[in-house]
Design a binder for this molecule. Structure first.
Ligand code: PLP
Length: 420
């Protein structure tokens, strides 16, 4: 069996923990992907993970494929400036005006790591505040969890992260203005930056109150710290302007990834020109990378942006997520399950619980076991929901009405079986 071989060569048999699908006897093995479908060792599945949000046009989109093929014809790496990356950056800035200047790197992890380093370099301060349940990638500054207090000086979430590093990261509750203000007071004049997912997509889906985001903006400004919006998921998914456009908030720095690379490795950090000019070679904050602004990722990203600019992909993907959210609510209600469904644009998630979901604590109170059981049953009916209660389901421009109907019919059967 492939998993046995994989276990001999990869820790846990996979190359990223979420792929382990530990609630199943063995991980899914992908063979191909096209449109809304994944072709796997368990057959054809309607995909709602969409590479954890990296894909918005659908898998193997012909225009993206063509752009990549054209790039390959011209060679695929030069480690020099290209016209294409300038065009790409200009398009990003046009849609996201807070990103006046940017640096194109390879992953969201690199983007947040560099944005934090830059904020520290700019403010000459060292402490950052992050939020419980927000995820910013797998580097030491942010692999930090909350302790038991309201706002806590960090505890590493990973072995190997030095206590001395995470003691510079304070963790505050998400979507709680009072607790945030208290954390800012506690940190005082050492606060370099506040980093937040403006819509949280790594602890299920948590849509914060507009007042919370407003408080982040006003308070950071007041104390001379920078506000970093981590839009690795939301950038170009919640519309061309991202979450910042939607909520009308201008952060100092923004991080992007996923959608903006069309499924190829990418990360971007950018923001106020005056701050970005501190990045090497124009300033003293170091960032460099052999693969920075990789021509293949940039070609794919540019092709994605051109499609998104027509508005059509958003129309289809957002409508699909809306219909699925409503459909799941209906099915669960009819069959007597207490389920909360949350949706924004082409992101949705549902929780087995009563009441509402506004904070990470609400997510923790939902019945994760039920979600995983449903996930396993849905797979047998040809639907690959996002593989954890703590992730988000994503739709794409290929999740047409027919695909949504097919999914809801499968989920109806899955919920029925869950009951028995
Ligand atoms: N920031 C957010 C909000 C993310 O969701 C992720 C990845 O899921 C990252 C950062 C890290 O991005 P990458 O996996 O490209 O390193």
């Amino acid at each position: 069996m492939l998993f046995e071989r994989a276990r001999q060569v990869f820790p846990g048999g996979v190359n990223s923990p979420a792929r382990a699908l530990k609630h199943l006897p063995s991980p899914l093995v992908a063979k191909a992907a096209s449109g809304p479908y994944l072709y796997t060792d368990r057959g054809r599945l309607v995909d709602y993970c969409m590479a954890f949000g990296a894909i918005i046009l659908g898998h193997a989109h012909p225009r993206v494929k063509r752009a990549v093929e054209e790039q390959l014809e011209r060679g695929w790496i030069y480690a020099l400036l290209t016209e294409q990356e300038v065009e790409f950056a200009e398009a990003i800035r046009r849609h996201m005006p807070s990103v006046e200047k940017m640096r194109i790197v390879n992953t969201g992890t690199e983007a947040t790591m560099n944005a934090i380093r830059l904020a520290r370099g700019y403010t000459k301060r060292d402490v950052i505040i992050k939020f419980d349940g927000n995820f910013h990638g797998s580097h030491d500054y942010v692999l930090v969890k909350a302790g038991s207090g309201a706002a806590t000086w960090g505890i590493p979430t990973s072995a190997g992260v030095p206590q001395d590093v995470v003691k510079l990261t304070v963790v505050a509750p998400y979507n709680d203005v009072d607790a945030f203000l208290k954390a800012v007071r506690e940190v005082g004049d050492r606060l370099a930056a506040v980093i937040a997912e403006p819509v949280a997509g790594n602890y299920g889906l948590i849509i914060p109150d507009a007042e919370f985001l407003k408080a982040l903006r006003e308070e950071t400004k007041r104390v001379g710290a920078l506000l970093i919006f981590d839009e690795v998921i939301t950038g170009f998914r919640l519309g061309l302007g991202g979450a910042q456009g939607r909520f009308g908030i201008r952060p100092d720095l923004t991080t992007l990834g996923k959608v903006v690379g069309g499924g190829f490795p990418i990360g971007i950090f950018g923001g106020r020109a005056e701050v970005m000019d501190l990045i090497a070679p124009s300033g003293p904050v170091y960032n460099a990378g052999t693969y920075n602004a990789h021509p293949v990722s940039v070609a794919a990203g540019l092709a994605v942006l051109k499609e998104l600019e027509t508005g059509e992909p958003y129309r289809i993907a957002d409508e699909a997520a809306g219909r699925l959210a409503k459909g799941i609510e209906d099915i669960a209600g009819r069959l007597g399950f207490d389920v909360v469904v949350k949706q924004i644009s082409s992101m949705f998630q549902f929780y087995f619980k009563k009441g509402d979901v506004k904070t990470p604590q609400d997510v923790r109170e939902s019945n994760e076991k039920m979600y995983l059981k449903l996930h396993e049953i849905a797979l047998r009916h040809g639907v690959y929901l996002t593989p954890s209660q703590f992730e988000v389901n994503f739709t794409s421009a290929t999740h047409t009405r027919e695909v949504v109907e097919e999914t809801l019919a499968a989920l109806e059967k899955a919920f029925q079986q869950l009951k028995t």
